[in-house]
Design a protein around this ligand. Structure first.
Ligand SMILES: *Cc1c(COP(=O)(O)O)cnc(C)c1O
Length: 381
């Protein structure tokens, strides 16, 4: 997905004049670049981008233009995407479980940083990856607090295993580092604190001075009107706790935000296909489309309804059941959604802050999901 050829002023101008029947993903490059600058200026270390959150080419190119110099990749496909769009940047291959052909691919593309959370996968790396100048980050987990869902259920070694792995990494001649991922949409800055302190404990248990600590992603974007992301507070907490926990052995810090860099730079516009017998709203998009994430981490309340002529619907909010277009009954948004009572067939429902895990997980199930990208100067309706 590249930039669209025409650049529109805002979503309203496009919707009013083009009246699209398929879902539209509006992208404001200036917002993506500002988010990247905010991280680069505020985070006390290296900022990398978690490609999986939105692998759009225009997204990646705008981050590079804003000064992002590293990318967190999870697959050979993502590695090749970054080598093509952002040659010369650092790639951190931070999917802790890899097939041997995937490791071979990364080595051939000169990837110099890998994460690991088990003895078996570390053995594969030791066998296949030249140690010289190459970093292996040991990923550990803790019981979660403050995240929208539990990432530790799949990845991360316990503290004890992490200390053993770290010793083995150092003994094998790799650059020893530690990493964790606190979850996603962590609105409480303290989500990072216990992890950073535990990382220092792991290094002490292993007797290894670590080169870098990667504090993961999970930084929030602005999904709910009343919950504004506290990025600066989070950055200063990470900085303070890293110094307290590691003292003179403080490692260089790395972060790998996904949604916090791409989320607020996009809005999705879905058309109301039908208001069935005046009750149920049917959209041309749903949980198999660009709204895939909503059942997992909650509905964005920053949304508006526009008439086909581009006028904002201002009716009193009423709760509505909202369905997607497929014939599958799970294709329903969670709960009921407050929508203006003058909403009508043919209107557009615009979801703000929808850049992460939307286009990336959109499917063509049932023949729907023909999502187009439209570039805008501003996302203000
Ligand atoms: C998904 C993921 C990220 C990005 O998470 P966000 O919540 O989008 O910031 C970062 N690091 C790892 C290891 C991940 O799996």
């Amino acid at each position: 997905m590249g930039l669209s050829k025409t650049i529109w002023s805002n979503p309203t101008e496009y919707l009013r004049t083009q009246k699209p029947e398929d879902p539209v993903l509006f992208f404001a490059p200036s917002i993506a670049q500002a988010a990247a600058r905010h991280f680069i200026d505020g985070f006390p270390g290296m900022v990398t981008y978690a490609v999986k959150s939105n692998p759009g080419e225009a997204m990646v190119e705008n981050l590079v233009a804003a000064g992002i110099t590293g990318f967190d990749c999870a697959s050979p496909h993502e590695i090749d995407l970054i080598r093509r769009l952002a040659p010369g940047t650092a790639i951190h291959y931070n999917n802790p479980v890899r097939a041997r052909h995937e490791i071979a691919h990364a080595v051939s593309r000169k990837v110099k940083s890998y994460s690991v959370d088990s003895h078996s996968e570390l053995q594969k790396l030791i066998e296949m990856v030249p140690a010289e100048g190459c970093e292996i980050s040991v990923r550990f987990k803790l019981p979660v607090a403050g995240a929208a869902y539990n990432f530790g259920a799949k990845f991360g070694a316990t503290v004890e295993v992490a200390a053993e792995l770290l010793k083995t990494v150092a003994a094998a001649g790799f650059i020893p580092s530690v990493t964790f991922h606190p979850g996603t949409q962590c609105t409480d800055p303290h989500a990072w604190e216990a992890y950073i302190r535990e990382a220092a404990t792991i290094a002490r248990m292993a007797g290894v001075k670590i080169a870098r600590l990667n504090v993961g992603g999970g930084f929030p974007n602005h999904r709910l009107a009343a919950v504004v992301p506290q990025l600066d507070e989070t950055f200063s907490l990470i900085d303070r706790v890293a110094t307290e926990a590691f003292g003179a052995d403080r490692p260089a810090l790395v972060c790998e935000p996904g949604r916090a860099l791409c989320g607020d730079a996009f809005a999705i516009a879905d058309r109301v296909k039908a208001l069935r017998d005046d009750a149920h709203v049917f959209l041309n998009d749903g949980v198999y489309g660009a709204l895939n994430e909503l059942p997992m981490i909650g509905v964005i309340d920053r949304h508006s309804v526009l008439s086909p002529e581009g006028a904002l619907r201002k009716g009193a909010p009423v709760p509505r059941v909202v369905f997607g277009p497929t014939c599958d009954s799970v294709d329903r948004l969670p709960g009921e959604i407050m929508l203006p009572d003058d909403l009508a067939e043919g209107d557009y429902l615009v979801w703000e802050a929808s850049g992460s895990y939307s286009f990336a997980t959109n499917t063509r199930f049932n023949g729907f999901g023909d999502l187009q990208l439209v570039t805008v100067l501003s996302l203000t309706l």
